[in-house]
Write a protein that binds this ligand. Structure first.
Ligand code: NAD
Length: 501
């Protein structure tokens, strides 16, 4: 049987080998979950929240254990891993307490008196099995975080985690089955792209998070079975610094926003545009802050701030972007190169003298690298921020009202004013990509509604043996129907009475 060999990227050591699921095994897992799903749907929103509440408690009680696993497979520093269990606990409570509002049955009043005899209802019924395909940068948030609203909606869920980080999610699934004793509606399958493809074939809805390159393949494959997809893809997020910004806060935010999780965040600050009056002092502060970061393998002692690169393929992309920029005239004010092993590290890097002809300002770098450009004014900053095929999120720093005005012009799914990345914690509001950053949303009302199909139920409250529009057709009856309909549809008296306007 094929195996996934898992390494600790912080040290290069092999830590586990997991069997790969064949396409037949994927289909069998989905079939099992599908068989259990109707009962899961039938226990209702509160019944499902009770089970998910047990998962929340397990996550809180076992967070250190989960963090150890996740840290080992990603090479993250402890602080960058630490937020995941807490985010998930909060998300379980968010959807558990709001699901009735978001996906409870809706009563709708007919828009016209012609339908006065009908009672209109919308019921939200889950897609029976949701397949989640997730990346390696936040192995729990981006797998379990999407599973939670799907399960709360009443769907069964099968996850395929990244082949680089399969263990954290597998541990949670095992706990759901063996420690919590949860219904058989939540499982995972392991493998590379082939396993992901088999999952797409077998499920009723696909939630994919990963690169836009793979997202296109997933969407094309789903098209074969007309399976709906939601895609959360890459980004090239811009930060704009206006001349009236608090420069200290803006530089600290750029440092954290660009380097957190070694820059391996879809919403990382990858580009910064600064009004010329404050360019020099901002760059000095940013370079000093980035240059001071502690990098290296971290245990549980919080002795390091920037961890390893999780996937060797990504390190090669980061190196290529930096070298491409340096060869075209950019300068690295700090960092600029890969570190010697053991472990896979790239130095926190600030690049200046960059422009939009360079990969580092155009393509997703997904590493601890930030490109910085001086701009004449806010208009030029907005123009450059929007000059991207991506549109995931962004941020603007400056005096609040002015910064807010500028922020509303940035073309992306979420924008932060005087902060970075924080919209991900504001699960009240949707988060999704514009342009090639994705299709669909997670968080907020759309984040659970997407896992449901609407069923409109139109109920006849009263009526005779037949409706006036049914057979047999006669000229006088048709004329009467037209006269009545015209009386409601026309918006002026003349037409209401059958005259021309
Ligand atoms: P990736 O696209 O290489 O892989 C993502 C997942 O897809 C993995 O589980 C992989 O095994 C699977 N896969 C690969 N080929 C497949 C195929 N043909 N069919 C089905 N599944 C297949 O992405 P990655 O390198 O793991 O993650 C990094 C990317 O994820 C970056 O582009 C990043 O921006 C993006 N990302 C986006 C968000 C978001 O919310 N928008 C969040 C995190 C990461």
């Amino acid at each position: 049987m094929e195996q996934l060999e898992v390494q600790n990227p912080a040290t290069g050591e092999a830590i586990a080998a997991l069997p790969v699921d064949s396409p037949e095994a994927v289909a069998a897992t989905v079939a099992r979950v599908r068989a259990s799903q109707p009962e899961w749907e039938a226990i209702g929103i509160d019944g499902r929240y009770r089970w998910l509440g047990m998962l929340r408690d397990w996550l809180l009680d076992n967070s250190e254990r989960v963090l150890d696993t996740m840290q080992a497979e990603t090479g993250k520093v402890r602080a960058d891993a630490s937020g995941e269990p807490q985010y998930l606990a909060d998300l379980i409570n968010f959807y558990g307490t709001r699901a009735a509002k978001f996906i409870g049955e809706e009563a709708v009043r007919p828009h016209t008196p012609l339908l006065a005899a009908k009672k209109l209802r919308i019921q939200y019924r889950p897609h029976p099995v949701v397949g989640i395909i997730s990346p390696w940068n936040f192995p729990l948030i981006l797998a379990l975080g999407d599973a939670i609203p799907a399960l709360q909606a009443g769907a069964g869920v099968v996850v395929k985690p990244s082949e680089f980080t399969p263990m954290g999610l597998a541990e949670v699934v095992k706990a759901w089955k063996e420690e919590i004793g949860g219904p058989d509606v939540f499982d995972c399958v392991q493998g590379v792209g082939e396993t992901g493809g088999a999952l797409v074939d077998a499920v009723d809805f696909v939630q994919f998070t990963g690169s836009d390159r793979t997202g296109r393949k997933v969407m094309a494959r789903a098209a074969e079975t007309l399976t709906p997809v939601s895609l959360e893809l890459g980004g090239k997020d811009a930060m704009i610094v206006l001349e009236d910004a608090d420069l200290e806060r803006a530089a600290n935010a750029a440092t954290w926003g660009a380097m957190m999780n070694s820059g391996q965040i879809c919403m990382s600050v990858e580009r910064v545009y600064i009004e010329e009056a404050v360019y020099e002092p901002f760059v000095a502060k940013l370079t000093a802050a980035v240059g001071k970061l502690r990098q290296g393998a971290d245990g549980t002692g919080f002795g390091s701030e920037v961890g390893a690169m999780t996937s060797p393929n990504q390190t090669a992309i980061v190196e290529d972007h930096v070298q491409d920029a340096l060869a075209a005239g950019a300068r690295a004010l700090t960092g600029g190169k890969r570190l010697p092993g053991p472990g896979d590290y790239f130095e926190p890097t600030v690049l200046v003298d960059v422009d939009h002809s360079m990969k580092v300002m155009r393509d997703e770098t997904f590493g601890p690298v930030v490109g910085v450009m001086k701009v004449r004014d806010a208009d030029e900053a907005v123009r450059l921020a929007n000059d991207s095929r991506y549109g995931l999120s962004g941020s603007v720093f400056g005096e609040r009202t002015r910064a807010e005005r500028v922020a509303r012009r940035v073309e992306c799914g979420a924008v932060n004013v005087n902060d970075v990345l924080v919209n991900y914690a504001a699960v009240d509001v949707p988060m999704g990509g514009w342009k090639q950053s994705g299709i669909g949303y997670r968080h907020g009302e759309p984040g659970i509604k997407k896992y449901c199909r609407t069923e409109s139920v139109v109920i006849t409250r009263f009526g005779g043996k037949r409706e006036p529009t049914w057979y047999p057709y006669t000229k006088p009856r048709r004329a009467l129907i037209d006269r009545i309909a015209r009386a409601f549809n026309a918006r002026d008296l003349k037409r209401r009475f059958g005259l021309r306007g």
